[in-house]
Write a protein that binds this ligand. Structure first.
Ligand SMILES: N[C@@H](CCC(=O)N[C@@H](CS)C(=O)NCC(=O)O)C(=O)O
Length: 217
């Protein structure tokens, strides 16, 4: 099994983290042909995005589909709960992050330079981000993990994405994604305390900061 991509991508990172939570080592490797737009990589994954998981000669893009594949292929240490409604809730938290939280990231990236910033666009994205976090908070469980008392699917789906968004949004005056949101606040404390996600969060913060520093030049 090969995971193509770079750890700094939150979508790649959630697959790496899912592997760690399940006790499987999944290390990202550089896409073949020198990048995600190379003919060699596009032959495997014409979507031209990371991550892509290659296994037995077949390729799966889309990080949440990869998480589901890992659940099916490595059932020994499940990250999804057993109850159908709980499973749906876990997937919902990942879906809210992907469709509504991460959706704002592009605007922030486009406006990183304060001198060329579109203030109206940033304000709209900030409001949408605020709403999406409130929605996420609503659907989270009572904790201390995203859904219940053990590390699971929703935690690994959420963690790198919220770390990336939090770091980028902090450059736009959004000081703390979790402030005023008790479930998210407790969750983030738990993520830092957990023996799997704590070290991962430190490693991922370093990767994000290095990436942002390289973009600043
Ligand atoms: N929905 C996809 C998103 C993947 C994605 O957008 N990855 C970014 C890196 S963070 C990428 O490959 N971007 C290159 C592009 O869109 O051309 C997933 O969950 O895997």
């Amino acid at each position: 099994m090969k995971l193509y991509g770079m750890l700094v991508s939150p979508y790649v990172a959630r697959v790496v983290l899912a592997g760690r939570a399940k006790g499987i080592t999944i290390s990202p490797t550089a896409p073949p042909g020198g990048g995600i737009k190379s003919p060699d990589f596009l032959a495997l994954n014409p979507m031209g995005k990371m991550p892509a998981l290659e296994s037995d000669g077949r390729c799966i893009p889309e990080s949440m589909v990869i998480l589901d594949y890992l659940e099916d292929a490595y059932p020994q240490h499940p990250l999804l709960p057993a109850d159908p409604m709980d499973r749906a809730q876990a997937r919902l938290l990942g879906r809210i992050v992907d469709l509504y939280v991460m959706n704002q990231l592009g605007v922030f990236f486009r406006n990183m330079n304060p001198a060329a910033r579109n203030a109206a666009e940033v304000e709209t994205a900030t409001q949408a981000l605020t709403k999406s976090l409130t929605d996420l908070e609503h659907f989270m469980g009572e904790g201390p993990y995203a859904q219940g008392g053990t590390l699971g699917y929703a935690d690994v789906a959420m963690l790198p994405c919220l770390q990336m968004v939090g770091t980028v949004a902090s450059a736009f005056g959004v000081a703390d994604l979790y402030a005023g949101r008790p479930k998210l606040t407790r969750w983030w404390q738990q993520m830092q305390a957990d023996p799997v996600t704590g070290p991962f969060a430190t490693e991922y913060t370093a990767a994000v900061n290095a990436f942002l520093a390289s973009r600043r030049g």
